[in-house]
Ligand binder design. Sequence first.
Ligand code: ZN
Length: 391
Amino acid sequence: MKKLLTGVLASSLLFTCGVVSAHGGHAHSGTVVQAAAVKQAEKVALHTKALVNGLEIKSRANHVENGKYYVSVEAFADLFNKSYSVSADKKSVSFNGKTISNVKWSHGEATAWIQDLSSAVNGRVTWDDKRKEAYVLVLPEGTINLEPGAVVPAMGEHWANPAEMPLGPIYGVHEGRLVFLEYMIAQDDFVKGKSYPDIPGMKGLPSPAVVHTDIEFQPVGHPGFEIPHYDIHMYFITDEEQHQIGTVYTELANAKGEKIGYAAFYNHGPQVVAKVVASGLTPNGQHGFHIHSAQIENNDFAKAGGHFNPEGKKHGHDNPEGAHAGDLPNLVADSNGNVSVLIPVNGISLEKGQPNSIYGKSLIIHAGPDDYKTDPAGDSGARIAGGNLPQ
Ligand code: ZN
């Protein structure tokens, strides 16, 4: 659980990256109430998909009426493996011990306002404008946000039942969506051969498929669990989606503008790191990789200028007068021309406005290896791919 270690860094990154969700705060701007209502209705109509913890509420009966999103009660209840009953007058349903009135019939099915169904399971609806989805998040009873306001980079918020710590489960949440399930297991327990035949997970609530798992050893622990242990994260989202959470992120593209990967800079504990994933590189090849001082325009990598060099140094870590702040280690491709690495990066800032801030800069991948000493670019050849860091 990195969050306890990185809380302060995470909070500052949260505000500099502007990743705070605006969801749920529609009515703050002093807009005339009627206009706000119309806007909400338009907004609901735009959202054509509804999910519970990432699983779709599938039914042709789902529809928008009077600015409210109604979904199939049966499809919703199915996701929880629960039954429901319809009142004799067909105007209300009973679900999970709660009565929901104002039922609408559509395609012969009972439908209810998604907000009402969500309340019946202590869920929270988020209108996801990026994906045009209504997303209901439902976590087990007793689960709280361990550090409200904190978005841990490349993870998200950490929710858990404090009574179940440190093992967990910890539930990762970002912008109202379920991101991961985490456990923290003491190294000593592994050594002793302790097994967990009945470890709790989503506890009967809807659970999406795990996309990838990340196991990190914490040799000295961290505040909250100060012994050597493993942080095990099972992500319900892709590696790339994970690395867009609270990070300084960019896609990487080749000279034709085709996406070849991505890069994300973030604070991992006290260390700034860059996660870089790219494909289409020279098999087994080494590629110079740098932060450049200006932005790429229309896939023209020449526009990126020279290496990011706020301290007026020469190129390369092996150069006595080096190095540029933008000098990064070579990317080493595997036999298929792919690379996926986590690079520690020093001498740059992830805060806007700082002299060494990487905001507004760009990343460039070169055709050949950087020799880490030849000014100005390590003799690393042509610029073959890159991406613009956020402004
Ligand atoms: Zn350089």
